[in-house]
Design a binder for this molecule. Structure first.
Ligand code: ADP
Ligand code: MG
Length: 810
C-alpha cells in the first residue's frame, strides 16, 4: 500500500515512515495540504495520515478537499494531531469526513492496530469511508471557529507568558534601582569602567572624594590624568587597571595618592576587579575606594614619632642601652654598637656581664640590681669585643619598657679621656709643686749666695791686702793664701748658686749649638780623662738658639763631670745634638713638653744609672750622693736653672746599672735668623799675627782663650799666674802687643801685673777680663775706667772684637 504522510514536523514524518515501511508499505511524505494534494494527483494513494496544524494548507482543509473530490473521497483519511485534541475537535474532524482521529502521542502498538484495521478493511474492500456530514458553509464556519478558538488560546498563552516576563523584568528593574541607589549613596567610592577604561559609573562618594562630578567624568578617560598628574605614576596605575580588566587581576588594599579637583591630595585604598559577560569576556572593571588619608596620616605620625625617637636614641654620642632586670639587653643604640664592636642583633642576645671588664664580671648582677633600686650614676669598666678595657661612667634610669616590664636605660660615657686628663693634671700638679719648690729654693739660694758673695768679696779683698803686706818669707803668708784659696772656692760655689737662681748676668747671643759644643770638646776630654771615650754626634740642620754660649759650656761641663763620676773605670760618654719638632699631639702625651721647634742637646753615659728616688731629687740644689768634698749637689741645679732661663726643658732617662741620658731642649731662635746671617757675614775681626800674652788662673778658660786667639791669627803666650806671666814676658824675644789678664788673681791683681809688664813692653796694650761686671771692678778700684774690659764668660766674637779694639786704640 501507498501511504501518504502529511506533517510539517520532520521528526513526526520520519517516525511514521519508520513505522510503516517495515510492514511492507511504501511511504510518501509531504509537509502540507497543498503538497499532499499534488502528490495525490500524481500517484495512487491508499491511505492518508495527516497532521492538522500546518502552514500553507492545514489538515482540516486537506480533509475537506479530498472528501469533496470524487477521485479521493474513498481513500481512508486519518488525523494524527497534537494541537487539536478536544472532543469538539474530534467531532469536527469526523464531521468533515475523516475516518479516524488519533491524538498524539499514541503508543505505536495502538496506532498500528488502528492503521492495520483500516488497511485490512481497505484491502478486503469492506472499508466504508466516511462522508462529509457538513455542507460547505457549515464546514467553513466550523473551521474558522476552530481557528479562532485556537488563535485565541494561543494569544492567551502568549499574553500569560508576556505578563510573566514583564513581571520579571519589572522585578529586575526594581532590584537594579535598589542596587543602584545603594551604590549611589554608599559612603564608599564606587566606579565602573568599560573595557576601554572609560568611566561608565561614578557614585556620590566618588564625587565627594575626588571633587569631580559624575557628569564631568562619565564617558571620559581623561579622569586618570586629572587624578594622577604625575605621568610616571599614572602609567603605573593605567597598567594596573589594564591588568584588572584584561587579565582578571584582583586588587585589594592597594593605596594610591590622588589629586582632587581642588588640588588637595587624598590617599585611597582600593578594591577592584573585572566585569565579564556571560561568556566570560572582559567588559570592564568595578572599583571600590575608601578614603584612608586621615588613617594614614595618623599612622605615619605615629611612625614619624617612633622614628624620631629612634633617631634621638641612635644619634646620641653616649652609648645607650636598655637592660631588663636580669641584665639582658633589650635595645642598644648605634654608639653602643660602635663602642663595643658588636652588632645590635648580637647585643640583644647578650647580658651586661658580657660587657663588663674581666675583674668586674662577677659583680655585674649585683650592680644591675643596685641600679634598679637607686638609679644612681657610677663608674665602671667595660670591655670591647677585642678585649680592650676602658673606664666608663654609667647613668642608669629605671623605665617602663612596655607591658609593665621594668627596665634600665643606661647612658654610658667613655671616660678614658677624662681619666687621662685627671692623671695628667695630677702629674702637672706634681711638676708644678716641684717647680715651685725649686723656685723657692732657688730664691733662697740666690739670696744667700748674694750675701755670701759680698762676704766673700771682703774675705778675698782683705786676704789679698794681707798677702800684699806680708813678705814672701813671712810664716803667715801660707795661712793667708789658704784663706784666699778657700774663699775663691766658695766664690765658685756661690757663682753656681747664682746661676741656678738665675741671678748671674748673662749675655745671650744667637749661636749654633754644634759650633759651641764642638769648641768645648777638647776641654771636656781633658775633664773626663783617658779611660772614658767621648763620642761626638752632631745633628744636621740645627736652627740657631738665643743664649749665652758660656751657659752651654757650663751645662756640658757639669753633665760630663757627672757622667764621668757615674762610670767606675772605663766607659763611654756621648754628646749628641739634633733638631726636633713637637706638635700638640706629642706634647699632650708628654707632660712638661711644649710644642715648637727645638735644638736637642743630649749627654749620655753607660755608667751606674739612678733609681727612682734619686731621679726625683737630682735637680735640687745640694742634693748629692757623693762623698763629702767630692760633690756639691749644685751641678744639675745649675743646668736646670740655665735650661729654665732659656725657656727650654730637660728630660732624664736613667735605669740603675744601665746608664743615663740627659736631654736638653732649647727653643730655636727663629726671629733672629736674619740677624744671625747678617752677623755671620760680618766676620769676626782677625789678628795680624800680633803676640798676645794671656794670664788666667782657670785652666779651662786659659785653654779656651788660647784656642780662640790662635784661631783669630794671633800668636799666643799663656801664663797661669802673674809670676809666670812676668817670666814669660821677660823670656820673650819679640814684641808683645797685648796683655789679656784676669783681674783677680792670687799673687797680684791684673792691674799690678799690667804695670810690671808695661815696664818691659811700653807700647803694649791691656785688656782685663773678669767674671764680675766692669762696674763692680772699677768700683773696687782695681782698674781704671779707660782700660779695656771683657766680661767672662765671653764669646768668640766678643773676644775678637775686644782684642782688635784694644790693639787699634790710640
Ligand atoms: P754632684 O755631682 O755634686 O753630686 P749634681 O747636681 O751634679 O751634684 O748631681 C746630683 C746627683 O745626681 C749626683 O750626686 C748623682 O747621684 C746623680 N747623678 C747626676 N748625674 C748622674 C749620672 N750621669 N749618672 C748617675 N747619677 C747621676
Ligand atoms: Mg755634679
Amino acid at each position: 500500500m501507498n501511504v501518504l504522510i502529511v506533517d510539517d514536523n520532520a521528526a513526526n514524518r520520519s517516525l511514521l515512515k519508520a513505522l510503516f515501511e517495515p510492514l511492507g508499505h511504501s511511504v510518501l511524505s509531504t509537509t502540507n495540504g497543498e503538497k499532499a494534494l499534488e502528490a495525490m494527483r500524481r500517484e495512487k494513494i491508499d491511505l492518508i495520515i495527516s497532521d492538522i496544524l500546518m502552514p500553507v494548507m492545514d489538515g482540516f482543509r486537506l480533509c475537506m478537499e479530498s472528501k469533496r473530490d470524487e477521485k479521493f473521497k474513498r481513500i481512508p483519511f486519518i488525523f494524527y494531531t497534537a494541537t487539536y485534541t478536544d472532543k469538539e475537535d474530534e467531532e469536527f474532524a469526523l464531521s468533515l469526513g475523516a475516518d479516524r482521529f488519533i491524538r498524539k502521542p499514541m503508543d505505536p502498538e495502538a496506532f498500528l492496530g488502528i492503521i492495520s484495521e483500516v488497511t485490512q478493511q481497505a484491502r478486503e474492500g469492506s472499508f466504508k469511508p466516511k462522508e462529509m456530514a457538513l455542507n460547505e458553509k457549515e464546514s467553513l464556519k466550523g473551521y474558522s471557529h476552530r481557528l479562532a478558538k485556537k488563535l485565541d488560546k494561543k494569544v492567551k498563552e502568549l499574553q500569560k507568558e508576556l505578563a510573566k516576563r514583564i513581571e520579571a523584568e519589572e522585578r529586575l528593574k526594581h532590584v537594579n534601582r535598589y542596587l543602584k541607589s545603594i551604590i549611589e549613596n554608599a559612603n564608599v567610592w564606587f566606579n565602573v569602567l568599560d573595557e576601554n577604561a572609560q568611566v561608565t559609573m561614578w557614585n556620590k562618594a566618588a564625587e565627594q572624594i575626588s571633587g569631580y562630578s559624575a557628569t564631568e567624568v562619565v564617558g571620559r578617560r581623561e579622569i586618570w590624568e586629572w587624578l594622577y598628574p604625575n605621568e610616571k605614576y599614572r602609567h603605573q596605575i593605567a597598567a594596573k587597571v589594564d591588568a584588572i580588566i584584561r587579565k582578571g587581576e584582583v586588587v585589594e588594599d592597594l593605596e594610591t595618592l590622588i589629586r582632587r579637583k581642588d588640588g588637595e591630595t587624598r590617599i585611597i585604598s582600593w578594591y577592584s576587579r573585572n566585569l565579564t559577560d556571560e561568556r566570560g569576556s572582559p567588559v570592564g572593571s568595578v572599583a571600590l575606594g575608601r578614603d584612608v588619608t586621615r588613617r594614614n596620616k595618623a599612622e605615619s605620625e605615629v611612625k614619624e614619632i617612633a622614628r624620631r625617637y629612634r633617631q634621638l636614641f641612635d644619634a646620641n654620642a653616649d652609648a645607650l642601652y636598655v637592660l631588663d632586670k636580669d641584665g639582658r639587653f633589650l635595645d642598644a643604640n648605634i654608639s653602643a654598637e660602635r663602642r663595643y664592636q658588636y652588632a645590635r642583633e648580637e647585643l640583644l642576645g647578650m647580658t651586661a656581664r658580657d660587657l663588663a671588664a674581666a675583674d668586674l664580671k662577677d659583680r655585674t648582677a649585683d650592680r644591675v640590681r643596685q641600679s634598679m633600686m637607686d638609679g644612681a650614676p657610677f663608674e665602671w669598666r667595660h670591655q670591647r669585643r677585642d678585649g680592650t678595657e676602658f673606664p666608663v661612667e654609667i647613668a642608669p634610669s629605671v623605665m617602663d619598657f612596655g607591658g609593665g616590664q621594668k627596665a634600665i636605660l643606661s647612658a654610658v660615657r667613655d671616660i678614658t679621656e677624662r681619666k687621662r686628663a685627671e692623671e695628667e693634671r695630677e702629674q702637672l700638679q706634681k711638676q708644678l709643686n716641684q717647680a715651685q719648690k725649686m723656685e723657692s729654693v732657688g730664691r733662697l739660694a740666690g739670696g744667700v749666695a748674694h750675701d755670701y758673695n759680698n762676704i766673700l768679696s771682703v774675705i778675698i779683698g782683705y786676704s789679698e791686702l794681707a798677702l800684699e803686706k806680708v813678705g814672701p818669707n813671712d810664716p803667715l803668708r801660707e795661712d793667708l793664701r789658704e784663706i784666699y784659696i778657700a774663699a775663691g772656692r766658695s766664690r765658685d760655689i756661690t757663682r753656681q748658686l747664682l746661676a741656678f737662681a738665675r741671678k748671674e748676668t748673662i749675655a745671650p747671643e744667637v749661636l749654633d749649638v754644634n759650633a759651641t759644643a764642638e769648641s768645648m770638646l777638647k776641654i771636656l776630654r781633658r775633664l773626663i780623662g783617658e779611660d772614658i771615650e767621648l763620642v761626638w754626634l752632631p745633628g744636621k740642620g740645627l736652627w740657631p738658639v738665643l743664649m749665652d754660649p758660656s751657659q752651654i759650656d757650663q751645662m756640658l761641663a757639669n753633665l760630663c763631670v757627672n757622667a764621668r763620676d757615674a762610670i767606675a773605670d772605663v766607659g763611654k760618654i756621648t754628646i749628641e745634638t739634633g733638631a726636633v719638632a713637637f706638635d700638640r699631639a706629642y706634647c699632650a702625651d708628654h707632660a712638661g713638653f711644649a710644642p715648637g721647634d727645638f735644638v736637642m742637646l743630649a749627654v749620655s753615659d753607660d755608667g751606674c744609672g739612678m733609681d727612682r728616688e734619686t731621679l726625683d731629687k737630682i735637680f735640687e740644689p745640694f742634693f748629692t750622693t757623693k762623698d763629702v768634698g767630692k760633690g756639691t749637689g749644685l751641678g744639675l741645679a745649675t743646668v736646670y736653672g740655665i735650661v729654665k732661663q732659656n725657656n727650654g726643658f730637660i728630660n732624664v732617662y736613667s735605669e740603675p746599672g744601665q746608664g743615663t741620658t740627659f736631654r736638653i731642649y732649647l727653643p730655636i731662635h727663629a726671629g733672629d735668623i736674619a740677624e744671625k746671617r747678617r752677623k755671620d757675614a760680618e766676620k769676626a775681626p782677625r789678628g795680624r799675627g800680633e803676640t798676645v800674652l794671656v794670664v788666667e788662673d782657670e785652666m779651662t778658660i786659659l785653654a779656651l782663650t788660647e784656642k780662640l786667639l790662635t784661631n783669630l791669627n794671633y800668636t799666643v803666650l799663656t801664663a797661669r799666674t802673674p809670676s809666670e806671666a812676668l817670666q814669660t814676658a821677660k823670656a820673650h824675644a819679640g814684641e808683645i802687643s797685648l796683655l789679656i789678664t784676669d783681674v783677680i788673681m792670687p799673687e797680684m791683681n791684673g792691674r799690678e801685673l799690667a804695670q810690671q809688664v808695661f815696664g818691659l813692653y811700653p807700647k803694649m796694650r791691656c785688656l782685663y777680663m773678669s767674671g764680675y761686671t766692669a762696674d763692680v771692678i772699677s768700683h773696687r778700684g782695681v782698674i781704671d775706667r779707660e782700660f779695656r774690659f771683657i766680661q767672662k764668660p765671653f764669646s768668640y766674637r766678643d773676644l775678637a772684637a775686644k782684642v782688635r779694639e784694644a790693639l787699634d786704640q790710640e
